[in-house]
Ligand binder design. Sequence first.
Ligand SMILES: NC(=O)c1ccc[n+]([C@@H]2O[C@H](COP(=O)([O-])OP(=O)(O)OC[C@H]3O[C@@H](n4cnc5c(N)ncnc54)[C@H](O)[C@@H]3O)[C@@H](O)[C@H]2O)c1
Length: 342
Amino acid sequence: MQHTQYRFSAKTVDIYFDAEFSYAEKLVDKEKIIVITDENVASLHADKFPGYKKIVLKPGEEYKQQVTVDDIIKQLIELRADRQSFILGVGGGVVTDIAGYAASVYMRGIKFGFVPTSILAMVDAAIGGKNGVDVGIYKNLVGVTRHPEFLIYDYSFLQTLPAEEWINGFAEIVKHACIKDAAMFGLLENNSLEDFKQSKEKISELVKRNVDIKLGVVAQDEFETGDRKLLNFGHTLGHAIENIYKLPHGSAISIGMVAAGSISEEVNNFPSDEKKKIVDLLKKYQLPVELVFDKEKVWEVLMMDKKRSGDTMNFILLDKIGDGIVKPISLDTLKELFNRVL
Ligand SMILES: NC(=O)c1ccc[n+]([C@@H]2O[C@H](COP(=O)([O-])OP(=O)(O)OC[C@H]3O[C@@H](n4cnc5c(N)ncnc54)[C@H](O)[C@@H]3O)[C@@H](O)[C@H]2O)c1
């Protein structure tokens, strides 16, 4: 096991890489723990949490809505949860987003920790302190920023992760490579999804590298005034199409990254051979790179994006692979590009 600490202004987060789920009992009194998980993880890994108090959610993004949080709160009351209770979110990004949010509003905030079980949650969703829910089709419109006490990385969960969820998670890994780490982009080019699936050493190194990238960015810019926005590369169009077309998050982000690459070519002299490298890498990791979509409908959703500020959108572009930048683009220019380039 490897223990690392990340310091933020309000809290220090402990991360235990290569640990076992049961380590949670060394960190918190088991009697105080309430596990929040989903039906898939609960049934496939029932042996990992015997005797724990549990709240089991229906799996899937469609349940990442306020009504699920209200239901969790009812169950917390039935379990007589108090301010000493500890919520442990065990699952993919949907579970960790909901669990962190529910823990942050129950009794104005009780402590929580995460055991991320999907690649996407391990490298992205469970870290950084953002937790929340969708409102209808609007992604992550409601939520809080609050860090967990700790994260436990138990890679044995990945043995049951479906193939499409491995693919999904790699979209965020490619994103990190595009905005911050050209060397990791090369590493991904020189390996395949199978290589990472088959080697615990390779996947644990890759996960840790991605946690370092994300938390490095977040620690430097906790309140999202600058660099943290880079983590939204591919997410402007991605979020808009994700819920309209019920796409997996990774697929939507993959298509969004290609779109952001095209816009980077147009307004930022991003070399077209580098854009092609991104498309090739996404294809190599079995991610989709295009989608025919209803431009009017998607534009309407884009207007509710949290990165819009008045009549400009803070768009994430690339200077080159490994170097992302934030650039305000006027909505008029964006609309023209949107209609012509995408
Ligand atoms: N808070 C953030 O900063 C942040 C960042 C990125 C993404 N997200 C959110 O994360 C969510 C996507 O995360 P996700 O793809 O992990 O979604 P998810 O939680 O829906 O998990 C995907 C599927 O995999 C299943 N699963 C998870 N772990 C498993 C395992 N070990 N074995 C078998 N099945 C398993 C789940 O039951 C689900 O069916 C989106 O809602 C997105 O908005 C949040």
